[in-house]
Design a protein around this ligand. Structure first.
Ligand SMILES: [Zn+2]
Length: 255
């Protein structure tokens, strides 16, 4: 994988347009489909509402978002209600997040589509009546709120990760796919709680202590503890944690 942006033959007046062409050209030339390994990802027409790229072999779709600085906690997204509708739809794309530094790709991270929930999207204030697009309501992606299992490194600190590892990590993450959005929200919240525990071993008690926080996010559920245990069983069945007995657990594939 070449980690330098290609030379462009055309001069672009605006810097965002130039960056978009550079990042998209680089992506198309260098990046493969994490689901099936196909190198020939295809581009949707510009401004497609669906996504930026798709795999002609397996049909997965991908969105590419780029930043000229470390990604941090949030990523700018599009119009809030359209973005929300897309998250709730079955055609929600997988997200590639690219951090570049001048002409070099520093980091490329893949977030599989089923790590997005309506909570991932944060609504912004409507633009004022003086703005060119008065009344427009934008959104940001709460990138910091996505569990570590949903952030698969493809390039890390200007170093390419082996394709086999990326595809294996992606397949593991896909095994956590939950279609029901309420259950998916529970799974993401419990994984994020586990991420926040700074050691490899943890207890059910530690997670229960976070239950008030979860209870607030899921006000309609009266049995938060049972919901937490349900998520832990699911994560154990998928090989992401190990049950050690007597309410003790070990992280295997979680941060
Ligand atoms: Zn594919």
């Amino acid at each position: 994988m070449n980690l330098t942006f290609p030379e462009l033959q055309i001069d672009y007046r605006s810097s965002p347009q130039r960056i978009r062409v550079l990042t998209e050209t680089w992506f198309k030339n260098e990046v493969y489909c994490p689901a099936c390994g196909n190198y020939n990802l295809l581009k949707f027409p510009n401004n497609s509402k669906l996504a930026d790229f798709y795999c002609g072999r397996c049909g997965e779709v991908f969105e590419l978002k780029s930043k000229g600085k470390p990604i941090g906690k949030t990523i700018l997204d599009g119009a809030y209600y359209a973005a929300l509708e897309r998250i709730n739809s079955s055609t929600n794309p997988n997200l590639f997040v690219l951090h570049y530094n001048q002409n070099f790709v520093e980091n490329l991270t893949l977030v599989p589509k089923h790590f997005f929930t309506p909570d991932t999207l944060v609504i912004r204030k409507a633009l004022s009546s003086h703005a060119r697009r008065a009344g427009y309501i934008g959104s940001v992606i709460n990138y910091g709120g996505i569990p570590s299992a949903g952030k698969i490194a493809v390039i890390e600190a200007h170093r390419e990760i082996f394709k086999d590892s990326v595809m294996k990590n992606y397949a593991h993450a896909v095994s956590l796919r939950v279609r029901n959005m309420d259950l998916r929200g529970w799974l993401m919240d419990v994984m994020k709680c586990i991420d926040n525990i700074p050691h490899e071993f943890f207890s059910l008690g530690e997670l229960y202590r976070l239950k008030d926080e979860l209870g607030v996010k899921h006000p309609s559920n009266h049995n938060v503890k049972a919901k937490i245990r349900q998520q832990l069983q699911f994560l154990r069945d998928k090989g992401f944690i190990e049950f050690l007995g007597r309410g003790k657990y070990r992280k295997i594939l979680l941060g």
